[in-house]
Design a protein around this ligand. Structure first.
Ligand code: SF4
Length: 156
């Protein structure tokens, strides 16, 4: 996916990323590795950090498996070498949290998610349900329970 800036990061996520990078490094291509070694993995200023993208395309943490782009930070988590999965903005995507406030979220519609929409409609799974884990991680269990109650109310 092309895009100007990488994934938005919370300041407190940087140390977790640094830690995961010690394992993720070996998964990355020489181009991504050397980019991180020379320029680091994030850019911006406090309160407005993002991951770095290479040539306006892949995030530096992307690695490829059978031609499929995957997140090396998530792989480190799946391999149980870290208890931190990946930036919450990535985990929540295509939901975006605006201004860091819990009360204002939006759905970002991009063509890459079209197949997911078709699957969700076929299986009767809403985006809110599909993103249960990151929504609980970001807003807490009570918030999630409430939004499901509200959704069910709307559907009655
Ligand atoms: S999911 Fe991983 S590879 Fe993708 S933008 Fe986020 S940190 Fe980068």
């Amino acid at each position: 996916m092309e895009g100007g800036r990488g994934a938005p990061l919370k300041d407190e996520e940087l140390p977790y990323m640094e830690k995961s990078l010690s394992y993720a490094h070996a998964l990355l291509s020489p181009v991504h590795r050397s980019h991180i070694d020379r320029h680091g993995f994030f850019e911006g200023t406090p309160g407005d950090y993002t991951t770095v993208c290479i040539d306006n395309k892949a995030c530096v943490f992307v690695y490829y498996e059978n031609g499929i782009a995957k997140c090396s930070l998530e792989r480190v988590y799946n391999d149980k070498k870290s208890e931190w999965k990946k930036p919450i903005s990535c985990h929540l995507f295509p939901i975006r949290v605006l201004n860091g406030k819990a009360g204002y979220i939006r759905y970002e519609k991009i063509p890459e998610c079209d197949a997911g929409i078709v699957k969700g409609i076929k299986e009767g799974t809403s985006l809110i349900e599909f993103l249960e884990e990151p929504l609980r991680r970001r807003f807490g269990d009570d918030w999630y329970k409430n939004i499901i109650l509200q959704l069910n109310g709307v559907q009655k």
